[in-house]
Ligand binder design. Structure first.
Ligand code: GLA
Length: 687
């Protein structure tokens, strides 16, 4: 059983794969967390005193999860518990306000094969516009129904998560910027509040909606770690709080401060899922639990991710059918399975100054449309994909000239551009219908869309921020349902739109526009804290790198990209015959290790390597990108069977699991800059 209930204690215990969560309705009917951590029985949980509120109301000392204003100016909530429902692993707790027409359901979902506890909230205005006072949540005072007008919501978080009272807490999260996403930050939690947020209308480059907390002693493979990740691709906020008495926890959800939502009588609103994962096996254990959960329950495709070629770095805006086909021939010879034409194929889009919004093939570049190109790529044995940026428009475009009112804007304010573009207001149903129309026609022809979003939203009406994201989700869901073979890559100027919400509708994320091998190691290290390797787009590009100007050997560029979902993003017309041949060999090797990398358990070996275990197969990718942290220390492997032997399929040598974990894998020619290698092991026997 996944959900256990004690009616006398008014307590529910949720059992995830290796952890438990318990919630209780307090004497004042306020729902409070009882336990989140190691496995517990109902009997044990009954003895634990109630802790932090499950959805923090106004009037306390912590940042509220729920802030409402009733029509008569009334604020806050006074909970009345209305009952519960259990449906497999789904628990619903129903609450209403004792005075005002407000009902809230707290949702919890657990599964046997996951450690994620998925939580969200639905909130309903239970008044009726006729004002007769009937309806759910009237609190026994049906004659007095103040606040029948609209309800104003200034905060509606998906969940608050409490932590055990411990002397200290440390926070882990990521920060970043364009070209430098997902840098892991780990430091002591302030006594006070720490806010992680995006006000950008998308997930954001500068933070990502997850955090991990530990008492300061957890390591990569040991210790307790509490973590949570929000499934939302618009603005968001997570507030972590810790006080002098040791109370600690966080609340998080969609929207940024200052944005209000209005609910009319009878209307309901739901929040995105905020999932939590507890691990008693350190940060690595937390990451593996997230990877498993996302692969099993978030991503839609679980089959093989194709090796991609993407034309962006090779040709940028200077594209034509002939040039793309030359690249396609070389890509096919290298073993690429999906050829993607990036920006510059449509309308008058010959630079980033014009044409965005005009989604028809540029007649000068593709005189007979896309069909001849799609056919030629198919004849080379590859699927065809294409870049789109549906939510954006250049002012210099036919679309904007026809529909200047279609963009997000504020009255009496200049419409500010970034990268020469404005953001279309996808909260409008006519805009969303237009986008769905041309995307649907395109999706009937192509196997893959790279869906980009290259600037933040900076000017939008209060009521537009959340519906914009909802309508993007609805279009993606419809495209997926109507075109079951369509794959989608989420991109926002690199890794600005990576979260559990977008991953539920796409197959991968373009991790960063920065493809420098050395910098990618750090970026991928951060991405992989939560998100699995199969969703991490990683290209091999040219040397020296376009962003860093740093040269890197071909093997290092490949080995770093092989730790995720491999693509080739370089100008193959400029590659030497030797590099093309070596590239083909490395692509073939990648196809061999792909199931281990994409479906296996990942162990980070510091920042000098990464290891994957899938059944009897083990893959280690290790690298020495530059002299800055040159080290001759062997890498100790993790997660092996100590009594088993592991055969290196390339050298033929056999190693003992216990020795590999205690003394590490012998080093090749180390420690020279740019050295990297791939080790493939097979478990020969188990004790
Ligand atoms: C963004 C993406 C790039 C590329 C360009 C095209 O920057 O991250 O990969 O698609 O847009 O304009």
């Amino acid at each position: 059983m996944l959900v256990h209930h004690s009616p006398t204690a008014r307590l529910w215990l949720l059992r995830a794969a290796t952890s438990s969560y318990a919630v209780r309705i307090g004497d004042d009917d306020t729902p409070r967390q009882v336990h989140w951590g190691r496995p517990m029985t109902l009997e044990q949980a009954e003895t634990i005193p109630a802790g932090a509120e499950e959805l923090i109301g106004e009037g306390g000392l912590a940042t509220p999860s729920l802030q409402v204003r009733h029509a008569d100016g009334g604020r806050g909530v006074d909970w009345r518990f209305d009952g519960h429902e259990i449906d497999g692993g789904h628990l619903r707790l129903h609450l209403s306000d004792r005075h005002y027409p407000l009902a809230v359901t707290l949702h919890y979902r657990v599964r046997e094969d996951s450690d994620a506890i998925e939580r969200h909230v639905t909130l309903r205005h239970t008044g009726d516009s006729a004002g007769d006072g009937a309806g759910h949540g009237a609190g026994g005072s049906t004659g007095d129904r103040s606040g029948h007008g609209p309800l104003t919501i200034t905060r509606l978080d998906s969940a608050a998560w409490g932590l055990p009272v411990l002397p200290d807490y440390r926070l882990s999260h990521v920060s970043g910027a364009w070209g430098g996403e997902f840098r892991v930050r780990r430091g002591r939690a302030a006594i006070g509040e720490t806010v992680l947020t995006s006000r950008a209308g998308h997930t954001g480059h500068h933070a990502n909606p997850w955090l991990m907390a530990d008492d300061g002693s957890a390591t990569e493979e040991r210790g307790e770690v509490w973590s949570a990740a929000l499934a939302w691709s618009g603005s968001w906020r997570i507030t972590f709080g810790r006080d002098h008495e040791g109370l600690a926890g966080w609340s998080g959800g969609f929207g940024h401060e200052g944005v209000t939502l209005t609910l009319a009588p009878g209307e309901e609103i739901g929040t995105p899922v905020f999932a939590g994962v507890y691990s008693a096996e350190g940060f690595g254990g937390a990451s593996r639990r997230w990877h498993d959960h996302i692969r099993r329950h978030v991503l839609k495709f679980r089959d093989t991710q194709p090796v991609i070629f993407n034309s962006w770095e090779a040709t940028e805006f200077d594209i034509s059918q002939d040039r793309q086909l030359e690249l396609a021939e070389r890509a096919a010879a290298m073993g690429v399975e999906l050829f993607v034409v990036d920006d510059g194929w449509f309308g008058g889009r010959t630079s980033d100054e014009r044409g965005l919004g005009d989604w028809w093939p540029n007649p000068g570049r593709f005189p007979d449309g896309l069909d001849p190109m799609i056919k030629a790529v198919g004849d080379l044995g590859m699927a065809f994909g294409i870049w789109v940026e549906p939510e954006m428009v250049n002012p210099d475009s036919d679309l904007y000239r026809a529909h200047p009112d279609w963009v997000h804007h504020l009255p009496h304010r200049e419409r500010t551009t970034q990268r020469n573009q404005l953001v279309l207001d996808f909260s409008r149903d006519d805009v969303a219908a237009w986008a769905h129309g041309w995307l649907d026609a395109l999706a009937a022809k192509v196997a893959f869309l790279k869906w980009d979003f290259n600037r933040p939203i900076t000017q939008a009406a209060d009521e537009a921020w959340i519906p914009h994201v909802r309508n993007v989700y609805a279009i993606l869901d419809r495209l997926r349902a109507d075109h079951p073979h369509l794959r989608i890559e989420a991109c926002a100027g690199g890794g600005g739109r990576a979260d559990l919400g977008i991953l539920a509708r796409t197959d991968q994320v373009w991790t960063s526009d920065n493809t420098d091998a050395a910098e990618r190691i750090a970026i991928q290290h951060g991405f992989g804290q939560i998100y699995p390797a199969r969703a991490m787009g990683a290209w091999v590009t040219d040397s020296p790198n376009a962003i860093s100007a740093r040269p890197a050997p071909l093997r290092l560029r490949f080995h770093v990209a092989m730790a995720g979902h491999l693509g080739i993003g370089g100008n193959l017309m400029a590659w030497s015959d030797d590099d093309l041949a070596a590239g083909a060999e490395l692509v073939a090797l990648y196809k061999d290790i792909r199931p281990v990398v994409h479906d296996g358990d990942q162990y980070r070996l510091g920042t000098r390597g990464v290891q994957y275990i899938h059944g009897e197969r083990v893959v280690v990718l290790r690298w020495q990108p530059s002299g800055l942290d040159r080290s001759a220390v062997p890498l100790r492997l993790a997660g092996l069977e100590p009594g088993a032997r592991y055969r290196d399929v390339d050298s033929g040598r056999t190693h003992h699991g216990a020795v590999l974990m205690a003394h590490g894998l012998p080093l090749p020619m180390w420690p020279f800059d740019g050295v990297s290698d791939l080790v493939r092991l097979i478990r020969e026997d188990s004790p």
